[in-house]
Design a protein around this ligand. Sequence first.
Ligand SMILES: [Zn+2]
Length: 257
Amino acid sequence: MELFDSHAHYNDEKFDDDRDKVIKNIYAQGITRVVCAGYNLKSSREAINIANRYDFIYSTCGISPNDLNDYNIENLDIIAKLAKTKKNIAIGEIGLDYYWGKENKELQKQAFIRQIEIANTLELPIVIHSRDAIEDTISILKQHTVNKKGVFHCTQLNKYLVQEGLKLGFYISFAGPITFKNSKNAKEIVSIVPDDRILIETDSPYLAPEPVRGTRNSSINVKYIAQKIADIKNTNIEYISKKAYQNANEIFQIKDI
Ligand SMILES: [Zn+2]
């Protein structure tokens, strides 16, 4: 069984001591594709470096709503340039986060829209980070068509967000929170996503799923997300893993060899 972790941060400092060891190990354990996501200038550059070092890792670059210190015209030009790198498959993570940033909503919206424009220019999909900003996220996506669509990463378990996201042609990526014991509506939300729109991710090093919650996360744990979805959909982990793999190749325009 091969697995595709559609969102991880091997560019995070928590991997500084043993990055190469962890990456070699995840590949040996059957995680044969990974997207390493950038979120500001430095991490975007690092994601590209990592993708250049490992055949099976791809990158995204962008400035997240929590990293708007990096948001200026000059840096956007750099992001656009970095994003042209061969193994960069999306602009992200970008979006809105009103959980951490209530005071700069207008700036967040502006940065989101500008980066959608970059994605359209480069014919790339986007990876969306949306937290406690459901209405505004959907309304921006309705007003600013993303030509190559994209992915809701670590999708917030909200029915309106998922339904509207699906209608707009986006893919829904599930992470650790669907396995958490206090997650009340994981079953309801996972059930409404068609099999051909589901992605699985770890968001490593954060959000380790049950039964390893609280530890440093790595792509090895993406199997727990696949298993949880399989349980909810009354199918097996092999089927979900395969679907999620194909779906990720599809949305990120990765040709299968
Ligand atoms: Zn992330």
